[in-house]
Design a protein around this ligand. Structure first.
Ligand code: SAH
Ligand code: SF4
Ligand code: F3S
Length: 463
């Protein structure tokens, strides 16, 4: 066996010096959750977190490929680390995540200094893969696998809020999106495994859980079981009822919802279950039916509006957030105006906007009617302007109100303040001592409103 890395264990180091790792994470909450699990594995293996990536012995870059020239960014990042490796041959360089899956062996060919290229489905196998690297191999792990049940203890960034994956992958075929090709087919975890993880989090003192899936409404489609009435047994709604009473957990959120599969039963459950927060993240992508069809989204803007109306019927104050894409291939000004109209009509609490970006292995990237950069940035600017106005309007409803806030941390810009989130997910600041308030749910009277955040005064006894 060839020995590229003779690094583990490094006998030259004093016994007290732990080997160090650093993880840089791009992309969505899935990637952040994967990074936390990989960090947990590394700590179990005896590694210690290094704040400075250029001091670490193992560097993992967990990449995102959703838009722009993600691949190019990874290559330019790797340039510097590859130079460092030439000075420090025992450095272990890992590319994980969606660009790793997309590029696979090409990454190794272009950057021979790399030790490991691993797709997102392999995150829980990090120890096994690193052992192969330490034995002297260069490893590419991108083949589809049954995701290993989560036996790792993630090293979570927060001590108050935590992510819990409930379904991996995505079976949709939105024509712009790279996710299905990099995250693989849907794989739901069992309700028992999810509940067990939440119970452990509750015991450790976590207060808020966000259940995660790229298309969370697909949860359970791949699990067996029908109710006596012939309905699928394991839906997201059933899961919410099943995990709702986990001791210690005070708030439950979930993301991301897909309008095609969103049900009234789910809305009712959210209205009925006190721990489930009144916040819905339901991307609409476009307000025009023709564009939605070409995106293969499987709903119309009318259906989207009906969902929001229904949510507001049951929970008038619910906060609604979404994602939208402008300048999809062939989008006319008139069609773009439909997206503006929907944004105007719904009044989102937050809308994540992006200009369409062609991605490898997606149908829309091949279409001829790609729009110019000028059109993209002009539409993006106009939509963002509207989003800010609407979010500021939506924030006004909080003025003078008493909101329930779960305190997460101190305000990094003002150490005399703490920060947390309302049930509707608005970031909220108020004067207080983090040592006393961290992880507490308190009542805050809102005195200042901004488009995307609030400031107030604590009116609970503990403050
Ligand atoms: N699963 C979620 C979103 C996943 S990706 C859903 O179905 O909505 C997050 C967001 O990135 C998408 O909602 C979309 O708005 C944006 N996005 C995805 N692919 C894109 C592309 N090729 N160009 C621009 N934005 C894109
Ligand atoms: Fe991408 Fe569509 Fe799947 Fe969302 S539902 S991850 S946009 S393919
Ligand atoms: Fe990016 Fe992969 Fe998430 S492409 S958005 S990190 S699923």
């Amino acid at each position: 066996m060839k020995s590229v890395n003779t690094t583990f264990p490094n006998e030259k180091l004093p016994m007290t010096t732990k080997r160090q790792y650093h993880i840089i994470t791009f992309g969505c909450q899935m990637n952040k959750a994967d990074s936390e699990r990989m960090a947990g594995i590394l700590e179990d293996m005896g590694f210690e977190w290094s704040e400075d990536q250029y001091d670490a012995d193992v560097v993992i870059c967990n990449t995102c490929s959703i838009r722009d020239n993600a691949e190019q960014k990874v290559y330019s990042y790797l340039g510097r680390q590859a130079r460092r490796k030439r000075q420090k041959p025992d450095l272990t360089l890992v590319i994980a995540g969606c660009v790793a899956q997309q590029e696979g062996e090409t990454l190794l060919r272009r950057v021979p200094e790399l030790d490991l290229v691993m797709g997102p489905q392999h995150a829980n196998r990090l120890q096994d893969l690193l052992d192969q690297v330490f034995d002297g191999s260069q490893v590419v792990a991108t083949e589809p696998v049954q995701i290993m049940e989560d036996i790792t203890k993630p090293r979570r960034d927060s001590k108050v809020t935590a992510w819990v994956n409930i379904i991996y992958g995505c079976n949709e075929r939105c024509t712009y999106c790279v996710v299905p090709s990099v995250r693989g087919v849907e794989q739901s975890r069992t309700p028992q495994a999810i509940r067990a993880e939440m119970e452990e989090l509750g015991r450790q003192g976590y207060k808020e859980i966000t259940l995660l899936g790229q298309n969370i409404d697909a949860y359970g489609r791949d699990l067996p079981g029908l109710t006596p009435e012939g309905r699928r047994e394991n839906t997201l709604t059933d899961l919410l009822y099943y995990v709702h009473d986990v001791p210690g957990i005070e708030r439950i959120r979930f993301a991301t919802s897909h309008p095609r599969y969103f049900t009234e039963r789910l809305i009712k459950a959210c209205a009925e279950l006190p721990k489930v927060c009144e916040h819905f993240h339901i991307p609409f992508q476009s307000g025009d039916n023709e564009i939605l069809k070409r995106m293969a989204r499987g709903y119309t803007h009318e259906k989207y509006r009906r969902i929001i109306d229904q949510i507001r019927e049951y929970m008038p104050d619910a906060s609604i957030t979404a994602d939208a894409i402008v300048a999809f291939p062939g989008e006319t000004e008139e069609q773009f105006q439909k997206t503006m109209q929907l944004t105007e009509d719904i009044s989102f609490d937050l809308l994540n906007t992006a200009a369409y970006s062609p991605r490898p292995n997606t149908p829309a990237a091949e279409w001829s009617e790609q729009l110019s950069e000028e059109v993209k940035s002009d539409r993006l600017q106009r939509l963002n302007h509207l989003v800010n106005i609407k979010a500021a309007e939506r924030s006004q409803r909080y003025m003078g109100r008493i909101e329930e806030v779960l305190v997460e941390d101190e305000n990094p810009k003002d150490r005399n303040q703490v920060m947390g989130r309302t049930r509707g997910n608005r970031l909220t600041f108020f004067a207080g001592d983090i040592k006393e308030l961290k992880g507490k749910v308190v009542q805050v009277k809102i005195t200042v409103v901004r488009a995307f955040s609030l400031t107030g005064e604590c009116v609970s006894d503990c403050c």
